[in-house]
Ligand binder design. Sequence first.
Ligand code: NAD
Ligand code: TYD
Length: 377
Amino acid sequence: MHTVLITGGAGFIGQNLVHAWRDARPSDRLVVIDAMTYAANLRSLEPLIAERSIAFVRGDINDAALIRALFDEHRFTRVAHLAAESHVDRSIDDPEAFLQTNVLGTFTLLKSALDHWREAALLDRSRFLHVSTDEVYGSLGLDDPAFTEASPYRPNSPYAASKASSDHLVRSFVATYGMPALITNCSNNYGPYQHPEKLIPLMIIHALEGKPLPIYGDGSNVRDWLHVSAHCEALINVIERGRVGETYNIGGGNERNNRDVVGLICDTIDRAFVADSGLSARFPACPAASGKACRSLISFVTDRPGHDHRYAIDARKLESELGSRSHVDFSDGIGRTVHWYLDHEPWWRDITSGAYEAWIDRNYGARSVIQAKNLRA
Ligand code: NAD
Ligand code: TYD
């Protein structure tokens, strides 16, 4: 049995991980810390907090005194570190918070964990899992082999650079202080609880509301999409069974360009409206409500500066060492995700007002429409 600190547990992957951990290891005690930034949402954790099956602390990982007090109180032997600023477009707009949380916050957490584990003689039985991204490796050409754990670091956005810096700090703590840490570098996740400003939920919600679907550039950029449930399963596997000091890449084995992803979302929504006549009354502005194709909303807009062309993950190390191979078929995963957003309208309505609208204006207002076109299936 372990007492586990999950940082960023009110974020997208964090919430999914809390639920997955409870299911996989019910005897562990979970403590979530989250600063409750714009990206956080406690709704799915509130029942667990109310029944005291997890503890929640609203706090900042940069607060060294708080982090140290939590270690002294709970004597964590597992840390799953997910707290981060995570949106590339926001890092382009205003990179400072990315350095503060992703670099300095990770340092504060590493130092507090190391000090506590040394003083409490817990180094041998403890593990620190640093959850990172494939974006640290930079961009691939269409014919390049996928990223392995030996690929050089070539971050292109302030977000990727901040995550790369944090990976280097973790590595240095392993080599210098014998920190029992592991790193995972994962591809793009999708699924329940993802914040509506990331690609997949943004497109679902905009389509339901009849708003333009803004694809950056020509939409040929490729991502390796991974369902968040498969990611969480791999994270628990790595922290329990991975080799300390190692890095493991986690991917979906599922490369798609953005045009195809958005097209699939549109077609999935069109079909959902045919199957459920009640949806037209709930979402009258959606083209599908009047029998039209959601693809008619697609609009190509000014590209993201420094936009990485392609990410792809070679996950053979994870599969061969740890047998991790969970796979969710992409069409099936998108179908489930569309239905999750249809079934959780109050969840996203809470978020898509006020500060969210301000972000949409800021990020998309200055982009010109290159071409609006109806992509045929
Ligand atoms: P997210 O933005 O949805 O959630 C991040 C959470 O961290 C939020 O709840 C936020 O409030 C919290 N947080 C931010 N700053 C904090 C601070 N200073 N102190 C405490 N909490 C703070 O992000 P996500 O998509 O869930 O990503 C989680 C982790 O996984 C990140 O480290 C990210 O780099 C990594 N990752 C994400 C993806 C992806 O596709 N989403 C892919 C690979 C790796
Ligand atoms: P995103 O979810 O921001 O993840 P990342 O950039 O970290 O991979 O974006 C995924 C892809 O979708 C990326 O190539 C940028 C593109 N994109 C759009 O075309 N339009 C959008 O409105 C957004 C948010 C992203």
